[in-house]
Write a protein that binds this ligand. Structure first.
Ligand code: AMP
Length: 141
């Protein structure tokens, strides 16, 4: 398997070298909005540890990411009045992974509303800002 590349785009976001719409941060995890959301509130949850995907992450770091994904899922229900949540996580190109720093997609869902196709729609920054604020408020409320 290839090794972790510290110059991947999410590593740059974690180091503050590239912008993002932050939703949550603690000592081991970071969450921000996907810029091409498949539904409003589509969030990516990352470990701060430099893991490529589920194949190389330390089990404790993975467990923490999943705990944070659960919090984001619950906040997504509250913030967006969602009826459900889709959680996705891809590993290596063959597994659908495009960015090689482990991330879990947490996508609030409304009954009867299909997901937009992947990478089909780039959301406006103002809307992302509003959605990140709504999620952050739901997380702290
Ligand atoms: P995947 O590796 O298949 O889980 O896909 C990577 C995801 O990252 C896609 O949903 C992209 O829309 C998203 N993405 C790519 N670049 C950025 C970025 N700079 N900020 C937020 N999300 C991004």
């Amino acid at each position: 398997m290839p090794t972790y590349d510290p110059n991947n785009i999410f590593a740059k976001i974690l180091r503050g070298e590239l912008p993002c719409h932050k939703v949550y941060e603690d000592d081991k995890a970071f969450a921000f909005l996907d810029i091409m959301p498949r539904a409003p509130g589509h969030t990516l949850v990352l470990p701060k540890a430099p893991a490529r995907n589920i194949l190389d992450i330390a089990p404790d770091d993975l467990a923490h990411v999943i705990k944070v994904a659960q919090k984001i899922a619950q906040a997504g229900i509250r913030a967006f009045g969602a009826d459900g949540v889709t959680v996705q996580q891809f590993n290596e190109g063959a597994g659908g992974q495009v960015v090689f720093h482990l991330h879990v997609h947490v996508i609030p869902r409304k009954e009867g509303l299909p997901l937009k196709p992947p990478a089909s729609f780039k959301e406006e920054p103002d809307m992302l800002k509003e959605h990140a604020a709504k999620l952050a408020a739901a997380l702290s409320g």
